[in-house]
Design a protein around this ligand. Sequence first.
Ligand SMILES: Cc1ncc(COP(=O)(O)O)c(C=O)c1O
Length: 404
Amino acid sequence: MMRPYTEPDAVPFSPAGPHDQPLEFDAAETICTHLGETAIDVGGPAALPIYQASTFVYPSCADFEARKQPDSPYFEYTRVGNPTTAVLQNKLAALEKGRWCYVLASGMSAIVAALNSSLHSGAHVVACGQCYWPARRYMVNYLPRFGVDTTFVPTLNPDDYLAALRPETRVLYLESPTSGTIEPMDYEALAHEARKRGVVSIIDNSWAGPIYSNPLEFGVDMVVHSATKYIGGHSDVVAGAVIGRDAELQKRVFREVELVGGTTDPFAAWLMLRGLRTLSLRIKQMEQSALAVASRLAAHPAVRRVSHPGLEGSASRAIVQKYFRGTGSLFSFELREQTKEAAYRFVDRLKLFSIGVSWGGHESLALAGQWFSDPRSPCWTVRLHCGLEATTDLVADVEQALQA
Ligand SMILES: Cc1ncc(COP(=O)(O)O)c(C=O)c1O
């Protein structure tokens, strides 16, 4: 028999999902394994149940009335909060050194909720010109319908972002490293300056994930993730997360979740909780493979450039060392022969890398296109995500494909 979430020793599952309690442990692996899991059924399942319920019922009208009290153990309605989702949110908030987290139905819905929470008609956004393309499209094609204008900065120089700020700028939207060119940015001073000017900063931290980078520690106001990537980790869930510290921002993001309704499904939340159990192990394995494959490519005469910020000799090594405890699974490179045929031939010859969008899952993926390259000098680029196959097999696969 399942006990309701009323036990006094339970981690408080506020419907708003804040993580306000001092942590007894702060290592990411221990957070992923234990945080928020004390409130499990008396029967003692070792894995948190999926509360696949749309609505929650109450023993009395007084309890129903008390549901909105801070730290109320009661849930109301899954669009607003759910016990399975709340455990996930508490873990993600703790992993990102934040105080609250909301998990949404996709990375895009997380990006949109974070942006919209700080925008109003007449507001202005300063954004990284090389951010994830649909996020850019949202700012270019959608926000103007509500009178919001965006300036895209084509470089990663913080001074160029400062120069683009206007009195009506409300949001600074960053991505580090950038989606296509995989270049990191030194954003700490910029984030602090933005806050001084009343501009809310948001950063997409999907590439490093919460294990390898915590941008809130560098002055950013909100972190967004495509949880579809490492957090889900098995290519079977689409989800996103927004994480922050400030209580006022929390209220605003919560309104976006509650009123726009991009809440995640409890089953998806449970899949992400399962993904978190192995997140640290997976990212380390993927990092090792990505570095090995990228190094091999960099040494090959058929390759003219590899964009992996963690490589020895990379121009952005100092930035990586400051902001990242490790590097991700995703990088890109350019063949010396700059034709569509050469890029396609390489990708078609790969045996272990499947051809497909997305990344962060167990399986290695490859894509060829010009859209990963710097838009100012487009070229044929191959993007690789190294999954959980053996590193030696991935290196051998890339080597045999280069024979072509
Ligand atoms: C860097 C980055 N941010 C955000 C997203 C959007 O996430 P989702 O596909 O979960 O909406 C993606 C998706 O590929 C991404 O690569």
